[in-house]
Design a protein around this ligand. Structure first.
Ligand code: ATP
Ligand code: MG
Length: 275
């Protein structure tokens, strides 16, 4: 296990292999009590086809960073770049949030096809793509249902495959399984693993679950408590393919212990900052 905690150390990937390049990302929010630094000098490069998770205490700026990457929020300083691929029609990113962001007035299949519709893909082609993705997550027979007719777990599957159907250069996920019950969450972790190991999308994944971060990722990035900055990087050297059973192996427990050793202290510090 390689552990690099040094903020000043150069990012691991060289610029040639990186799909996402973030340099000194800083976000200062104006508030009634004056400027509030949410994120400071955060550096992260993500290689093409890499799955990277970001974990850190609540309020450390994880969602802020993801929103900046997605172009939904602005930077106060620094820079982010998502390298476009060869196909100019591909969207740069798709985002999956914790809340079930599905359109209640659209059927399941039309929800999944939405991004393609926005890009002007012909109806027959986009329905074919959406049907393929619904099949992949066992929702084919719910294609004509409306969101209120399916469960929370199913809605989140719809959000995830909608993002995948879009075939973005990078997939940005902010606690996508955070609202699910424990059992549904495990089923979706397994599905995400299976799909990712086939598609090898470049993913930035935010989660509060260390198990989830270690299980899914090639690399886990720890952030400090508020204001957020880089604390440490863990390479997850557990071979793939992985399944939820992988959580039972000795190396998993070892990595989990090492991550928690640092993160636990940081969470405690964050709680002290709040009091
Ligand atoms: N629009 C805003 N205006 C002012 N402050 C904000 C705004 N959005 C976020 N913040 C503050 O910035 C900090 C980082 O917020 P952010 O939502 O990025 O944290 P997070 O790491 O995603 O937390 P959590 O784990 O609870 O989701 C927090 O202190 C938050 O209160
Ligand atoms: Mg958040």
């Amino acid at each position: 296990m390689k552990l690099s905690g040094a903020q000043a150390s150069p990012p691991r990937e060289t610029a040639t292999a990186a799909k996402i390049i973030s340099r000194n990302v800083t976000k200062i929010y104006p508030t009634v009590r004056g400027p509030m630094t949410a994120l400071t000098d955060f550096n992260l490069d993500v290689a093409d086809g890499e799955f990277v998770s970001v974990v850190g205490p609540s309020g450390c700026g994880k969602s802020t960073y993801l929103r900046i990457l997605a172009g939904l929020d602005t930077l106060s300083a620094g820079s982010v770049l998502i390298r476009p691929g060869a196909d100019p029609r591909k969207p740069l990113n798709s985002v999956v949030f914790q809340e079930y962001a599905v359109f209640p007035w659209k059927t399941v299949i039309d929800n999944v096809a939405f991004g393609l519709e926005m890009r002007g893909v012909a109806r027959a082609e986009r329905l074919e793509t959406a049907a393929y993705w619904l099949e992949r997550v066992g929702l084919r027979k719910f294609a004509g249902y409306y969101p209120h007719q399916i469960s929370g777990g199913m809605k989140q599957r719809v959000s995830i495959v909608r993002a995948l159907a879009n075939d973005p250069e990078v997939l940005l996920m902010d606690e996508p399984l955070g609202a699910l019950d424990a059992q549904t969450r495990i089923v979706l972790q397994d599905e995400l693993l299976r799909i990712w190991e086939e598609t090898r999308k470049t993913v930035v994944y935010i989660t509060h679950s260390l198990d989830e971060a270690i299980l899914l990722s090639d690399r886990v990035i720890l952030m400090t408590a508020h204001p957020g900055r880089h604390l440490a990087t863990f390479e997850i050297d557990i071979p793939r393919p992985r399944t939820v059973e992988t959580m039972n192996i000795a190396r998993f427990a070892e990595l989990r212990g090492a991550v928690w050793d640092l993160l636990g202290k940081e969470v405690a510090r964050a709680m002290e900052l709040q009091t």
